[in-house]
Design a protein around this ligand. Structure first.
Ligand code: 13P
Length: 255
């Protein structure tokens, strides 16, 4: 099964409207027709979604739009939250959920990730479900059990038919923003185990079609080691997603 590579730029809490527009323009300009065999998604902050969408739309770019978070209720008295319907309306095709920074700073749990996944699916938005272990869990050799539990709970009671285009992103916490990526073999081992978990839940065909990304200090100088790995279908990129040339060299590596 050949899966279409996917590179997702998680801009985190960076880029004002003018900067976001300029970065989207630069990426769109560099993503010429030669790159169309790789899916590319930009996930700016909520406040930039509209301007990035307009910029990509003006260029008739195939680059897609994603958000970094969602709330699971459709509307109502939830001050400060954004619903899946709102993301759909503004043009999001994807949404990151369960990022370790949200788990650490904003109390996100596997259970709320499950609620968010359902809300997104109901709107036809593909969830990018993040999972990852901290250093203590890795040192205790509990990584695979931890990841299996995160993925299983996030997908609890969601059927394969509902889950048309889910993406799983493996991001070891110790590799995020540190400049020190996991070894490609370490990342491959965990991504392979995620595929086995998906096969256990949904069957081998579903698992073989689902894209699994690696994230955590993936950058131009190390991407060539990750791209050939059989179970790594792309990247969830933080730091290198903020520089158009760096980001595009990651896209190119997965061609
Ligand atoms: P870095 O690429 O900066 O390590 O961030 C990875 C990440 O958290 C993407 O979601």
């Amino acid at each position: 099964m050949t899966r279409r590579p996917l590179i997702v730029g998680n801009w985190k809490m960076n880029m004002n409207v003018a900067q976001a527009t300029a970065l989207a323009q630069d990426i769109s300009y560099e993503y010429d027709r030669d790159f169309e065999d790789v899916d590319v998604v930009l996930c700016p902050p909520f406040t930039d979604l509209r301007s990035v969408r307009v910029t990509l739309g003006f260029d008739k770019s195939p680059i897609m739009l994603g958000a970094q978070n969602v709330y699971w209720q459709p509307s109502g008295a939830f001050t400060g939250e954004i619903s899946a319907e709102m993301l759909k309306e503004i043009g999001c095709n994807y949404c990151i959920i369960g990022h370790s920074e949200r788990r650490e700073h904003f109390g996100e749990t596997d259970e709320t990730v499950n609620l968010k996944a359902r809300a997104l699916i109901a709107q036809g938005i593909a969830p990018i479900i993040c999972c990852g272990e901290n250093l203590a869990t890795r040192d205790a050799k509990q990584t695979i059990g931890h990841i299996t539990s995160q993925v299983t709970t996030a997908l609890l009671n969601i059927s394969a038919a509902e889950l048309k285009d889910v993406v799983i992103a493996y991001e070891p916490i110790w590799a995020i923003g540190t400049g020190l990526a996991a070894l490609p073999e370490q990342a491959e081992d965990v991504c392979a185990s995620i595929r086995e978990t998906l096969a256990d839940i949904y069957g081998a065909t579903f698992a073989s079609k689902t894209r699994i990304l690696y994230g955590g200090s993936m950058k131009p100088s190390n991407v060539a080691q990750f791209a050939p790995m059989p179970n790594i279908d792309g990247g969830l990129i933080g730091t290198a997603a903020l520089v158009a040339g760096d980001f595009m060299s990651l896209v190119k590596a997965f061609l």
